[in-house]
Design a protein around this ligand. Structure first.
Ligand SMILES: [Zn+2]
Length: 416
C-alpha cells in the first residue's frame, strides 16, 4: 500500500475537518445530570454529515431517558464493509461534553470553535471531538481514494460517557452490540506525543469517612467530644497504614503505585468557638490490579475501629463509588499489535503500552471481557477551561486511524 497519497489527501482535508469540528462544538451536548438537554441535536448534525459523505450504513441505538427533551439519548452505529467480513474493527467515540464551568475562565465562547494558529479552542474539541473528526475523515479518505478497509468497520457515536455510561456504552452492551473478537479502539485518552497505548486502568474506590462525637462550646471541651481531632487522627493513621500495607510498584502505570489521597472535606462547623460534633472527608483510592477494594476496605475499617474505640467516637466508612477493572488488555492482543503497526507507519516510532489511574469508558468493555486499546494524541485539556487541541495532532491521528483501517495484520496472534 502506498500511503503517501492517502496522507497527502488527509492533509488536504484540513479545512473540512475543522468545519466538522466547528459544527459539533456549536451544539452543546451536555447530559441531564449536569443540567443539559442531552446529545440529540449533536447526533442529528453528525448523522447529516455522515449521510452527506455516504460513508456507510447508519443505525440508531437510542436509549430512552425521560430527563431530556424528546426522551431519548442517541447512539449511532456506522457500518462500513471491509474485505474480511469475519473480522471487525470497532472505534468508539462519544458525543457528549461536560459543561464549560466558570465562564469567566474562558477567553472565548466555549460553544464556538476558535482558531488560534495551530490551536483550536472550544468545549469538547479534545473530549471527544478530535477523535470523532479523525475517524470520520479517516473513513472518508479511504473511500475517496477508492480503497477498501481490510475488515468490516463499525464506529459507535455514543451518549452519556461523561455521566454514567449506562445510556451509551452500557446500552450497547445490553443490546449485544459487541462480538468477542472485535478489535476495539477507544480514542478517548492519550499523551501529547501519542506514544502510549493505554491497556489497563487501576481499580477506583471513593470512600467517605464520617466521624461523630459530641458538639459543645469550645471553652468547655469536657462537655463534648471533638470529632475533628478524632477525624484528623483517623485520617493520618489510615493514610499511613494504607501506604504501608499496599506499597507495590508497577512501572507499567504512569503513576507506578496504588494511590490513597484524602480529598474532599465536609463543611464542618462555621464558628471558631464551636467544638465540632461531626466531621467528614473523602479518600480517592486507585489500586494496582493485584489489590482488591475489599483488601483496602478491611484495612481502613480496622483503623476506624481502633481510633473510634480510643476516642469514643463513631467512625463510619461509606463506599461512594467503586469501579473494579478486572480484565487488562494484553499488549499482545490483536488490536494493540495492529494499532502499534499503524502508529509506527505514520510516526516512524514504535509506541509503548501502559496503564493509567482510571477514568476511561474502556474499563466497562474490558470488564465485559473485550480487548480494548485506548490511544490518541492530545494535550490533556479535557474538562478544562479553554479546552484546546493542535491541528497537527488531529491530522496525525486521522492518518493513524486511516492506516489502521487498511492494515490486514494478523487478527489472531496464532495466525502468525
Ligand atoms: Zn471523553
Amino acid at each position: 500500500m502506498d500511503v503517501s497519497e492517502l496522507y497527502r489527501h488527509i492533509d488536504g482535508m484540513e479545512d473540512m475537518m475543522i468545519g466538522l469540528l466547528s459544527e459539533i462544538v456549536s451544539v452543546p451536548a451536555v447530559g441531564p445530570a449536569s443540567g443539559g438537554d442531552g446529545e440529540m441535536g449533536k447526533a442529528r448534525a453528525i448523522e447529516a454529515r455522515l449521510r452527506e459523505m455516504d460513508l456507510g450504513q447508519i443505525v440508531h441505538l437510542d436509549a430512552p431517558d425521560p430527563r431530556v427533551p424528546g426522551g431519548m439519548r442517541p447512539n449511532l452505529r456506522l457500518d462500513v464493509k471491509g474485505r474480511d467480513r469475519n473480522s471487525r474493527l470497532v472505534v468508539m467515540v462519544h458525543m457528549d461534553v461536560v459543561p464549560p464551568g466558570d465562564p469567566s475562565l474562558w477567553v472565548s465562547d466555549p460553544f464556538r470553535l476558535v482558531r488560534d494558529g495551530d490551536r483550536l479552542v472550544g468545549r469538547g474539541v479534545e473530549d471527544n471531538g478530535q477523535a470523532l473528526t479523525a475517524v470520520v475523515f479517516a473513513l472518508k479518505a479511504v473511500k475517496d481514494l477508492g480503497l477498501e478497509p481490510a475488515r468490516d468497520v463499525t464506529v459507535f457515536f455514543v451518549s452519556d460517557e461523561e455521566e454514567s455510561n449506562e445510556l451509551g456504552i452500557g446500552h450497547l452492551l445490553k443490546e449485544g452490540e459487541f462480538r468477542k473478537d472485535d478489535l476495539i479502539l477507544v480514542p478517548d485518552h492519550g499523551d501529547p506525543e501519542g506514544r502510549v497505548i493505554e491497556v489497563m486502568e487501576k481499580t477506583l474506590l471513593w470512600l467517605k469517612a464520617t466521624v461523630t462525637g459530641k458538639q459543645c462550646h469550645a471553652s468547655m471541651p469536657h462537655l463534648g467530644n471533638n470529632a475533628l481531632r478524632a477525624s484528623m487522627e483517623f485520617g493520618s493513621r489510615a493514610d499511613m497504614e494504607l501506604h504501608r500495607r499496599f506499597p507495590d510498584r508497577d512501572d507499567r502505570f504512569d503513576h507506578p503505585f496504588s494511590s490513597f489521597e484524602p480529598t474532599k472535606k465536609g463543611p464542618g462547623v462555621d464558628g471558631i468557638n464551636i467544638l465540632p460534633g461531626e466531621d467528614s472527608f473523602h479518600f480517592d483510592c486507585r489500586l494496582l490490579p493485584q489489590h482488591s477494594k475489599d483488601d483496602v476496605m478491611a484495612v481502613i475499617r480496622s483503623v476506624a475501629r481502633e481510633v473510634g474505640d480510643r476516642t469514643s467516637t463513631a467512625i463510619e466508612i461509606e463506599e461512594v463509588l467503586s469501579e473494579t477493572t478486572s480484565h487488562p488488555t494484553s499488549p499482545d492482543s490483536p488490536i494493540v499489535r495492529l494499532l502499534s503497526e499503524a502508529i509506527e507507519a505514520v510516526t516512524g516510532e514504535r509506541p509503548v503500552t501502559g496503564g493509567i489511574g482510571g477514568g476511561t469508558c474502556a474499563a466497562i468493555l474490558r470488564n465485559a471481557g473485550h480487548e480494548v486499546a485506548v490511544w490518541e494524541t492530545i494535550l490533556n485539556q479535557a474538562h478544562a477551561p479553554n479546552e484546546h487541541i493542535l491541528i497537527p495532532n488531529l491530522l496525525k491521528d486521522c492518518k493513524v486511524i486511516a492506516t489502521l483501517l487498511l492494515l490486514a495484520g494478523t487478527a489472531r496472534p496464532d495466525a502468525m
